[in-house]
Design a protein around this ligand. Structure first.
Ligand code: UDX
Length: 439
C-alpha cells in the first residue's frame, strides 16, 4: 500500500519506518527541514534503540522517503496524522495547532476514498470535528482514529508488536471500508492474532487518555505510599513487591521514586482534565489533579532529602546529578524530573554537575545555566552527594567502591530506587532513597 505519515517526530518517524518494514511504500512529511534531512540520511533525530537499523533497512529497500512538501503524499491511500499535541503555554489544555495545520495541509492531496488515520493524542471530540471538515471539503474521504501506545525506548518494538490495536471508526459502511483498509495496513500484526478493539471515534480517543491516566495514577499511588513509608519508616519497595504479587494489581508501574515526566503522561492528564471541564464533567477527573500534585511533590521531597543529607544546607555543596532524561534509554528531557531537581538544587545554592549518557546535548540547550559532565566519574569528582535521578543501566552497574574514591563524601541519594542498597552501604556509602529507610 502507499502510505503517508504527516509529522515525523518520535511517533511519526518510528511509525513511518515500521510501516515500510512490513512492506508498504511510505512517505514521511514534516515541516522541519532539519528533521527531514537527518531522516533522509538515515540518522535518527532522537535517541531510540533499534530505530536507526530499521530506518536504514527501509531506506535501502527503497520503500521509505521523507519530504517537507505535503504534495509528495499525493497518491497515498492512507494518511497517518502523527503530529504533536503539546500542552498550551500557561494552560492545561492541549494545543491542537499542529493537528489543525496538518489536517489542512492534507486537503491538498486527499482524494475521495482515501483514509486519514489520526494517531496523535487528542482531546475527545477532535476526530468528530476533523471528520466533519474532511467530509465537507473532500466528500468520500474517510477518517479513523487509531491511537498509539508506544513507549520511548521501546518505540520500535511497541509499534511492530503492539499489545492491542484500537480502531475508532466512522459509522456504517464507511466504518467497514475504514476497517478493511486498516486491516490491510496492519496485515502481519492482525494475522498474528493481536487483540483488536473496533469502536467509534470518541471511545478510541478516550482509550489513549484513559490508559495514560491509569498509568500516571498507578505511579502516583505508589509515590503516595512512599510518602507514608517516609513518615512511618516502612519500605515502599517491599510494599510494591508484596502488593504486586496480586495479579489484579501487578508489579509493573509501581516503582516509587521521582515520579513521571516526559512528553506524554504529565500533559495528557492535564489535557484530559481540561477537556472534562469543557464537557461539564470535571468532577469525574478531580482525582487526576491529586495524581499530578503527588507527582510534583516528589521533586520537592528529593530536594529536601538532599538538604537533609547535606547537614541542613545546600549552600556551596557540590552535588553530582546522574541522569537528565525523563527516563532511561531516551534523550528526551521534556518535563524531566531529574532536571527539575537539578535546577532547584542550583537555585538553592548547590554547585550542581549533571551527566547523562544521551541527554546532555538537549539539556545544555534547554537548561544552559546548569553545568554538565560527560561521565558520572567526572560529575562526581569531589562531590558532597551523588543523586541518581534517572535509572540508566550504566548507573545501576556502577561499582560503589571505585566510585567512592572520587567523591568528597560518600552520600548517595537514589531517586529511582534503582541501586543495590546493600552493595552501596557495604562500600561505606550513606544511602538514602525516597520511601525507604536510611541505609
Ligand atoms: C507513556 C506510556 O507508557 C505510553 O503507553 C504512551 O504511549 C506514552 O506515554 P513514555 O512517556 O515513553 O510512555 O514513558 P513510560 O515508560 O510510560 O514512563 C513515563 C514516566 O513514568 C517516566 O518518567 C518514568 O520514569 C516514570 N515511571 C514509570 C515511574 O516513575 N515509575 C514507574 O513504575 C514507571
Amino acid at each position: 500500500m502507499r502510505i503517508s505519515v504527516i509529522g515525523c517526530g518520535y511517533l511519526g518517524a518510528v511509525h513511518a519506518a515500521s510501516m515500510a518494514e512490513i512492506g508498504h511504500e511510505v512517505v514521511g512529511i514534516d515541516v522541519d527541514q532539519r528533521k527531514i534531512t537527518a531522516l533522509c540520511a538515515g540518522r535518527a533525530p532522537f535517541y531510540e534503540p533499534d530505530f536507526e537499523q530499521l530506518l536504514a533497512r527501509a531506506l535501502e529497500a527503497g520503500r521509505l522517503s521523507f519530504s517537507t512538501d505535503v504534495t509528495d503524499a499525493a497518491g497515498a491511500q492512507v494518511h497517518f496524522l502523527c503530529v504533536g499535541t503539546p500542552q498550551k503555554h500557561g494552560e492545561y489544555a492541549a494545543d491542537l495547532r499542529f493537528v489543525q495545520a496538518a489536517a489542512e495541509s492534507l486537503l491538498q492531496v486527499l482524494a475521495p476514498g482515501d483514509l486519514v488515520v489520526g494517531k496523535s493524542t487528542v482531546p475527545v471530540g477532535t476526530a468528530a470535528e476533523l471528520a466533519a471538515m474532511f467530509g465537507e471539503k473532500v466528500p468520500g474521504a474517510l477518517l479513523a482514529w487509531n491511537p498509539e501506545f508506544l513507549r520511548e525506548g521501546f518505540a520500535v518494538r511497541d509499534t511492530l508488536h503492539p499489545d492491542r490495536l484500537v480502531y475508532g471508526l466512522p459509522p456504517d459502511g464507511d466504518g467497514v471500508t475504514a476497517e478493511r483498509l486498516l486491516d490491510e495496513v496492519y496485515a502481519p500484526i492482525v494475522a498474528r492474532g493481536t487483540p483488536k478493539v473496533t469502536t467509534d471515534h470518541a471511545t478510541a480517543e478516550m482509550v489513549k487518555t484513559a490508559a495514560n491516566s491509569f498509568l500516571a495514577t498507578k505511579i502516583s499511588f505508589i509515590n503516595a505510599m512512599a510518602e507514608l513509608c517516609e513518615a512511618t519508616g516502612a519500605d515502599v519497595k517491599l510494599l510494591a513487591d508484596a502488593i504486586g504479587y496480586d495479579d489484579r494489581i501487578g508489579r509493573k508501574f509501581l516503582n516509587a521514586g521521582l515520579g513521571f515526566g516526559g512528553g506524554c503522561l504529565p500533559k495528557d492528564i492535564r489535557a484530559f482534565m481540561a477537556r472534562a471541564g469543557e464537557l461539564g464533567a470535571d468532577q469525574a477527573l478531580t482525582f487526576l489533579r491529586e495524581v499530578d500534585n503527588i507527582n510534583m511533590r516528589r521533586r520537592i521531597r528529593m530536594v529536601e532529602l538532599a538538604r537533609e543529607v547535606l547537614d541542613g544546607s545546600l549552600l556551596g555543596k557540590r552535588v553530582a546529578v546522574l541522569g537528565a532524561a525523563f527516563k532511561p534509554d531516551s534523550d528526551d528531557i521534556r518535563d524531566s524530573p531529574a532536571l527539575n531537581v537539578a535546577a532547584q538544587l542550583q537555585l538553592q545554592g548547590a554547585v550542581v554537575c549533571v551527566t547523562d549518557p544521551a541527554a546532555v546535548e538537549n539539556s545544555r540547550r534547554e537548561w544552559p545555566h546548569l553545568d554538565y559532565a560527560a561521565t558520572p566519574e567526572e560529575a562526581a569528582a569531589d562531590a558532597d552527594a551523588v543523586l541518581v535521578l534517572t535509572e540508566w543501566r550504566q548507573y545501576r552497574e556502577l561499582d560503589p567502591a571505585a566510585f567512592g574514591e572520587l567523591v568528597r563524601q560518600k552520600r548517595v541519594l537514589d531517586g529511582r530506587n534503582a541501586l543495590d542498597r546493600e552493595a552501596w552501604t557495604a562500600a561505606g556509602w550513606t544511602y538514602r532513597a525516597l520511601g525507604r529507610r536510611a541505609g
